[in-house]
Design a protein around this ligand. Structure first.
Ligand code: FAD
Length: 418
């Protein structure tokens, strides 16, 4: 009998995991992985600032899915089968030691993404997967039961095809040509452009926990909490990225113009904060107000706050009026900023949108529109917050696709370890 052939289009996280799992389940399957770039796994390589935040230590599935603004409900069954725990096991059983940071991000112990890319390329080599780089796929056509995959110098015939082209527009176009609905791709996980006197000159300052509320005109507010970072152009840090992910569609529709309301003291109500400032005033009445701000705030931010409220940092606390105190409290609890655009700095940038999940059988990742076509990774309409959730989506959907492909193509070959 002719050996079955799987062609994987896209050598990223999802493409590699799909190839490896398919080959593990069905060693007699011929697997060819086509990658347009000179080297595969380029996003994994640059991920996490070169450290590769490979997954998350959020193992509990109900909690895990809360980190996916799109795909939350649908990914439940996917992660129940192959989630962060299985990912950690996959890498550790191949000699890649991992460590979890206090905030739940999981990295290779080497803090070097090369450890992850090496383990994947070595596993592919050992499994005799044909990884062909510098090989952009130009077209995919369905010819009866097989797929014809066109490249510059060859047409590959595939019994099964795995489309794992990430955010590339071409992959989405092929999916559409093969009958799929594509939810328009838009950016997620971006920083905010804000020009406000309160932030000016404070780039680099960070706050451990701020609550932010995005108020796009005419829409329900979006609230998130987390660390905040001031940048040269506005705001970044986990809180900003979270708000950008949950508000990705609304912000896109509003051309990235929105109000952002920050609460710098989320664990105290306005009255408690006012009392705390009054206590500070009483205790430090002879001290210069600029040198005796609340311990929770960076000194430079406090000074700037005073300046924008026309309070001289050199004044002593004793001269600060009740009215000024109220205004300071108001800004600290309800600081209104205007977002005027999207930052271009790519910390962890991902695309929201993609192939509609309704048209994919999530038990197998097979297309419901084109039999024998599988989809995995960023190409599907499911994306997560920053913190290893996006790579986990790619590992999980890639593994499930590969598992189903291996089983589908199996003839009489033995099952092998995961
Ligand atoms: C700067 C940056 C940092 C990130 N850091 C993290 C992180 O630390 N943790 C995390 O969880 N997520 C991170 N992400 C997101 C994460 O990298 C992606 O979600 C993930 O890589 C998606 O995997 P994928 O396999 O679906 O797509 P990709 O990794 O994009 O792989 C798709 C592959 O398909 C290839 N391809 C496309 N079109 C064709 C074609 N026509 N022919 C052949 N090949 C083609 C591409 O060259 C690419 O190699 C980061 C993203 C960026 C941009």
């Amino acid at each position: 009998m002719r050996e079955k052939h799987l062609v994987v289009i896209g050598g990223g996280a999802a493409g590699f995991f799909g190839s490896l799992r398919a080959k593990a389940v069905n060693p007699s399957l011929k697997v060819t992985l086509l990658e347009s770039a000179i080297l595969p796994l380029s996003k994994v390589k640059i991920s996490g600032g070169g450290r590769c935040n490979v997954t998350t230590a959020v193992y509990d599935v109900p909690r895990l899915v809360e980190n996916y603004p799109r795909g939350r409900r649908e990914l439940y069954s996917v992660f129940a089968r192959f989630g962060p725990r299985e990912t950690v096991h996959w890498f550790e059983s191949r000699g890649v030691a991992l460590k979890a940071a206090a905030d739940g991000r999981v990295f290779p112990i080497t803090d070097n993404s090369q450890t992850i890319t090496d383990s994947l390329t070595q596993a592919a080599e050992a499994a005799k997967i044909f990884v062909i780089t510098k090989c952009p796929v130009l077209a995919i056509r369905r010819l009866g039961d097989v797929y014809a995959i066109h490249t510059d110098h060859h047409v590959y015939e595939a019994d099964v095809a795995l489309l794992a082209t990430g955010s590339a527009r071409q992959g989405l176009q092929w999916a559409a040509q093969l009958g799929h609905t594509v939810v328009p791709p838009i950016p997620s996980l971006f920083t905010f452009k804000i020009s406000d006197a309160l932030l000016h000159g404070l780039a680099g300052l960070s706050f451990p926990r701020v609550v932010g509320c995005l108020q796009v005109a005419g829409q329900n507010p979006i609230r998130q909490a987390g660390p905040l970072l001031i940048t040269h152009w506005g705001l970044s840090g986990p809180l900003t990225l979270r708000l950008s992910a949950w508000g990705a569609r609304l912000l896109h529709a509003a051309q990235y113009q929105s109000k952002l309301i920050l609460d710098f003291f989320p664990d105290h109500n306005a009255e408690e904060l006012r009392s705390a400032l009054l206590r500070l005033k009483a205790a430090c009445s002879r001290k210069q107000i600029g040198n005796a701000g609340p311990a929770e705030l960076p000194a430079r931010f406090w000074e700037r706050l005073l300046t924008v409220h026309e309070i001289e940092p050199k004044w002593t606390w004793s001269v600060v009026s009740q009215k000024s105190l109220r205004r300071l409290c108001q800004t600290l609890k309800h600081c209104v900023l205007e977002i005027s655009g999207r930052g271009t700095f790519k910390e962890e940038f991902v695309t929201a949108g993609g192939v509609s999940l309704k048209e994919i059988d999530l038990k197998t990742m097979e297309s419901r529109r084109s039999a024998g076509l599988y989809l995995a990774g960023e190409i599907i309409d499911a994306d997560g917050l920053t913190g290893g959730f996006n790579l986990q989506q790619a590992w999980s959907t890639g593994w499930i696709a590969g598992n189903a492909i291996g089983q589908r193509t199996i003839t009489a070959s033995p099952m092998v370890k995961i």
